[in-house]
Design a protein around this ligand. Structure first.
Ligand code: TNX
Length: 529
């Protein structure tokens, strides 16, 4: 949802409806929008034109530079938490990132103040710095944590100690769903590798991790009622490697690690296509007469299908969704629905209709890829690039949105991190065209698709498919610097951001990446130091 639209001082019917959308997407109910931020996206300033050169990404909704001395942070600087255990948890995590320690009491230092009456709105925060310290105030713990991430970026050159310049930030996100999708099916990623990706997401205030857990080349999540999925289906991956899977404990560890960073895990079980690994594990999922399934370690798409006319297929769907839903505290489950090219449209639609009902019966709101528009999932993930879409797909998406599906924008020609930056990029695919940093950055999710009803877009997700990516550094080369670009698309009001200003702030992030030991692509158009 576009929070800048909730800004009128009075609580209008429209504002209440949008608040309900937020509750739908995040599972939290929010208070009224803080009138104090009403002007944040209405500055009238040309994007970036008179922006203070402060290297924060995503750019805060409002930032004012102060005069006078800043605050010197050293190893001895105390971190204080006020407002109870949630404040303490957020402060402790940020303190560890800054190599500082939380201490009791108050006074000079870095203070995290949780105040339900702060009026900062869901996930918003205020940060002010001056000679006597840094004060971060928020009405929820996520906001405190995000204030802490801004503070990390205010410290010089990626080092932890130094001077924070005097300034005041008043910040809150544009969209409630700010996501990163990660394909752990084409190449399996260990728990530690996924957690490393979560660290990167957290630095840029992303709040949903969408795990693509199943595909033709591998099944990555244990389902105790269907043991063959892991005994057989997990043992393959693209290129012939050993594959792997998450036990329930592994998956829960990822969920907890993400939750501590205010990130909700969204598991994806991709059906009825992209299902070869499931069919190899349970051959009865194929229709009588379909070719005998064989393990797939290639990169082709669209060839597999479960038998949508058999009741046993729906018992399988129910078993899997029940298990995954039970392990997932977040409100969302993704049930795929892309590229089911081996199915007749009517069979595809009948399957998706039932799968969505199964997800809801297990207490979840259901996401699906945009081909499933007619079945109106709660959240429809748009991936077709507009110029490669058919009139039919576009009309379907618009109709679903009019009927109440919210849209999650991941158009491949803007938001797919697996697409090459340019012809020289060694990794990745290029079917959606090259996605340079400016292309990833310079678009508006609300208007990307003609005919999108106002308020229909719930958020943005950057997706990283791993057909060509196998190691953490492969992931980093594709995600950095485009993941921060998409994080800003999702966080910052459209009127407050522009490429000329962004490229400079983006270049200023590189020392922080270096300090983390991350690698990145020195992509064209960015004034890297
Ligand atoms: C399309 S996008 C796919 C994936 C591939 C990706 C590669 C989507 C819903 N399906 O199966 O990994 O392209 O870019």
């Amino acid at each position: 949802m576009n929070r800048s639209r909730r800004r009128p001082a009075g609580r209008t019917v429209a504002a209440a409806a949008l608040t309900a959308v937020l509750a739908l997407v995040t599972g939290c109910s929010s208070g009224s929008a803080p009138p104090g931020r009403a002007a944040a996206s209405r500055s009238g300033r040309a994007p970036g034109a008179s922006a203070p050169a402060v290297g924060i990404v995503p750019r805060p909704a409002r930032l004012t530079l102060g005069a006078g001395a800043g605050f010197d942070v050293s190893a001895a600087t105390p971190v204080h938490a006020e407002g109870g255990p949630d404040a303490h948890a957020a402060a402790t995590l940020v303190a560890a990132e800054l190599k500082l320690r939380t201490q009791g009491g108050s006074g000079a230092g870095i203070t995290f103040r949780l105040d339900p009456k702060a009026g900062t709105g869901p996930e918003g925060y205020r940060l002010s710095s001056g000679p006597s310290g840094v004060l971060i105030t928020a009405s929820d713990a996520a906001g405190l944590f995000y204030g802490g991430q801004t503070l990390r970026q205010l410290l010089p050159a990626g080092g932890v100690y130094g001077t924070v310049r005097p300034l005041a930030v008043d910040d809150a996100p544009r969209y409630a769903y700010r996501g990163a999708g990660l394909d752990v099916a084409r190449h399996f990623l260990t728990v530690a590798q996924v957690e490393q990706y979560v660290d990167l997401m957290a630095l840029y205030k992303l709040n949903h991790l969408h795990l693509h857990l199943t595909d033709d080349q591998g099944w990555r999540i244990a389902v105790s009622s269907r043991p063959q999925l892991t005994a057989v289906g997990s043992r393959t991956e693209v290129g012939g490697g050993r594959g792997g899977f998450y036990t329930a404990a592994d998956y829960s560890a990822i969920v907890r690690y993400a939750a501590a960073r205010y990130i909700t895990v969204v598991p994806e079980i991709d059906l009825p296509g992209h299902s070869n690994a499931a069919i190899v594990s349970y051959p009865e999922l194929a229709c009588p007469g379909d070719a005998t399934p064989a393990p797939d370690t290639g990169t082709g798409v669209g060839f597999s299908r479960v038998c949508t006319g058999e009741e046993s297929t729906y018992r399988f769907v129910d078993d899997v969704v029940a298990a995954v839903a039970q392990l997932t505290p977040g409100p969302l489950i993704h049930l795929g629905g892309d590229e089911a090219k081996a199915l007749a449209p009517a069979d595809y639609q009948a399957f998706m209709k039932r799968a969505i009902a199964v997800g809801r019966a297990h207490g979840k709101q259901v996401l699906a890829w945009d081909e499933a528009a007619a079945e109106q999932p709660d959240l429809l993930q748009v991936w077709h690039p507009e110029r490669r879409s058919t009139a039919e797909v576009l009309a379907g998406i618009a109709a679903a949105a009019r009927h109440g599906s919210k849209l999650l924008m991941s158009p491949a020609d803007r938001a797919y991190l697996d697409q090459k930056y340019d012809p020289s990029t060694p990794l990745g695919l290029a079917w959606a065209g090259y996605v340079g940093v400016e292309r990833a950055y310079d678009w508006n999710p609300d208007t990307y698709l003609p005919g999108t009803p106002p308020g229909a877009v719930a958020g943005v997700e950057a997706v990283l498919w791993t057909e060509t990516l196998a190691t953490p550094s492969d992931l980093q080369l594709m995600a950095l610097p485009r993941l921060p670009a998409l994080a800003e698309v999702a966080w910052t009001p459209q009127t407050e951001r522009g490429w000329a200003d962004f490229r400079v702030r983006l270049a200023a992030q590189a020392p922080l990446w270096r300090a983390q030991g991350w690698t990145w692509t020195r992509a064209a158009g960015v004034p890297w130091q």
